[in-house]
Design a protein around this ligand. Structure first.
Ligand code: NAP
Ligand code: COA
Length: 278
């Protein structure tokens, strides 16, 4: 009978030093896996490694790199391979977000999110490919509801994350013959995270979010980690190319309601700042 068994498995979580992705890294650590993390800030990497050790990881490793820097990422992953050998699980979740309407956002602002989320995901896929366990490796890309539903002030993120999901589906086809599985997870609104602090600041928006989730609550990093453990395990051996919402039903429509509430808030703040500068 297939089961969850990650003892000594080699797991890399890119962007694994805060929020949802750190919750995923810690969940694999609690299962006794060897867990490596990457993000831009060495201090966040160091803090996370201490937490992973405490959680029960059989080994930990980390390095600082920006996913926009393909060479630095490739070098760090090659170093990891020298230490641990082939990777069993890769979670790719580094991302940037801020609310901004297309009419006022600069081209560089749009590009910054495309560079981190979309190109960054491609860089991660390229960096890990030579070092994946073949057959057997599982890659999980962290997407977002905006990939499948438009949301006001999120055109940059929608475009980037829709692209991420198509990377997942395309590489599931390209790499399936080598026994590599790729899936995306679409997290719903996850409580206490940077993403929610940016998209739902204040009680008004927070309540709008909670009210718009069919299951009536925000999610937790553990909700997303549970889905990762499943997708990375032999229980999901025949699942590849799937885009899995783990969101309390939010992508059935609620996300669009929150988008229009967020859009109203942004438009009002832009009107207010225009009238202050008049
Ligand atoms: P978060 O706490 O800001 O986590 C982002 C992580 O990525 C951090 O470890 C950050 O560390 C790293 N990172 C950011 N830019 C990077 C870059 N250029 N290169 C390398 N690492 C980088 O965010 P979160 O809210 O938990 O979101 C995590 C993921 O879930 C994202 O993919 C997001 O799109 C997705 N998601 C979140 C929600 C939500 O409710 N929060 C909902 C749907 C989807 P450094 O600062 O050290 O680089
Ligand atoms: N509204 C509109 N434009 C914004 C913005 C905002 N809130 N924040 C940044 N920008 C613009 C900047 O003005 C700049 O454009 P410009 O050169 O035309 O002025 C462009 O975006 C890049 O900003 P910069 O600060 O140089 O980017 P960075 O590479 O240092 O940081 C971000 C990338 C902007 C995505 C930053 O928010 C980040 O690092 N986020 C990671 C954490 C995160 O977003 N977590 C949530 C994940 S869901």
């Amino acid at each position: 009978m297939a089961e969850l068994n990650f003892a000594e498995k080699r797991v890399l979580v890119v962007g694994g030093t805060s929020g949802i992705n750190r919750g995923i890294a810690e969940a694999f650590a609690r299962e006794g896996a060897r867990v490596a993390v990457v993000s831009r800030k060495q201090a966040k990497v160091d803090d996370t490694l201490a937490a992973l050790r405490k959680a029960g990881a059989s080994a930990v490793h980390g390095f600082a790199a920006d996913v926009r820097d393909a060479a630095a990422l490739a070098e760090g992953v090659a170093e990891l391979h020298k230490l641990w050998g082939e990777l069993d699980v890769v979670v790719s979740g580094a991302a940037g977000n801020f609310p901004a309407l297309a009419s006022t956002m600069s081209a560089n602002a749009f590009k910054s999110v495309i560079d981190i989320d979309l190109l960054g995901t491609f860089h991660v896929m390229k960096a890990v490919y030579p070092f994946l366990k073949k057959p057997g490796a599982s890659i999980i890309n962290i997407s977002a509801p905006q990939a499948v539903l438009p949301m006001l002030a999120q055109s940059h993120v929608s475009a980037a994350k829709a692209g991420v999901d198509m990377i997942t589906r395309s590489l599931a086809v390209e790499w399936g013959g080598e026994g590599i599985r790729l899936n995306s997870i679409i997290p719903g609104p996850i409580d206490g995270t940077e993403g929610m602090a940016r998209l739902a600041p204040g009680d008004h928006l927070r309540k709008a979010v909670v009210d718009s989730v069919p299951l009536g609550r925000m999610g937790s990093p553990q909700d997303i980690a549970n889905a990762c453990l499943f997708l990375a395990s032999d229980l999901a051996a025949y699942i590849t190319g799937a885009i899995l919402p783990v969101d309390g039903g939010w992508v059935q429509g609620g996300v669009a309601v929150v988008g229009s509430t967020l859009g109203d808030v942004i438009e009002k703040s832009q009107r207010d700042s225009a009238s202050i500068s008049d």
